[in-house]
Design a protein around this ligand. Structure first.
Ligand SMILES: NC(=O)c1ccc[n+]([C@@H]2O[C@H](COP(=O)([O-])OP(=O)(O)OC[C@H]3O[C@@H](n4cnc5c(N)ncnc54)[C@H](OP(=O)(O)O)[C@@H]3O)[C@@H](O)[C@H]2O)c1
Length: 162
């Protein structure tokens, strides 16, 4: 990737699922630093420590699964519903706005045009400091999916590239 970058074939190098320990290691040994790192980030896994490390390394955090793939009753979350009512916004719009106001790049996925429009419509309102603090309490600091540090997960991934 560094060769591709130096030959002008790539504008930037991005990585995914680099936890703080691995990102610090990678950053130390490469000469073209990762511009972005996509990791699981949503209201239930806010990646506070990882964000601090990425900020220090000048690597932009990108969220994958910003709606937690609906897990943990995401779409029915009372804090997100009530906050949304105050701004006439949906649960997804509040969640995206929360991530954006925390400096997180979001790439929500939808197969439906109306929802894509809804997900873009988040730049005309601002969550107050109090609302940000309230949503911050939803953080569990744990993955809703799996740990990339669990040997079983790594074996499962490896079985796909054999
Ligand atoms: N790097 C990685 O390891 C990694 C891992 C997982 C995912 N990702 C990436 O992260 C991106 C998002 O992940 P994801 O799609 O799995 O999870 P997600 O964005 O958390 O959730 C997408 C789900 O939410 C629904 N949705 C979207 N907008 C909505 C709205 N406004 N109202 C209600 N429901 C809505 C979608 O259904 P409809 O399509 O029916 O609207 C879809 O089922 C993808 O581009 C994916 O490739 C990366």
């Amino acid at each position: 990737m560094e060769e591709a970058y130096e030959q002008g074939k790539a504008k930037a190098i991005g990585v995914s699922n680099f936890y703080p320990d691995r990102l610090i290691d990678l950053d130390h040994f490469v000469h073209i630093k990762p511009a972005a790192n996509q990791v699981e980030t949503h209201v239930f896994q806010q990646q506070k420590v990882a964000r601090e490390v990425m900020q220090k390394l000048n690597t932009q955090i990108i969220s994958w699964e910003p709606f937690a793939e609906g897990k943990n009753n995401f779409f029915q979350n009372p804090v997100l519903i009530e906050t949304g009512k105050k701004h006439q916004k949906s649960v997804t719009q509040v969640a995206l706005r929360f991530l954006i106001q925390n400096g997180i790049v979001v790439i929500p996925k939808s197969t439906q045009k109306a929802r894509m429009k809804e997900n873009f419509d988040v730049f005309n309102f601002t969550l107050s400091e109090q609302e940000m603090k309230l949503i911050a309490t939803l953080d569990t600091s744990h993955s809703l999916f799996f740990s990339h540090q669990d040997p079983k997960t790594v074996e499962w991934f490896m079985s796909m590239v054999k």
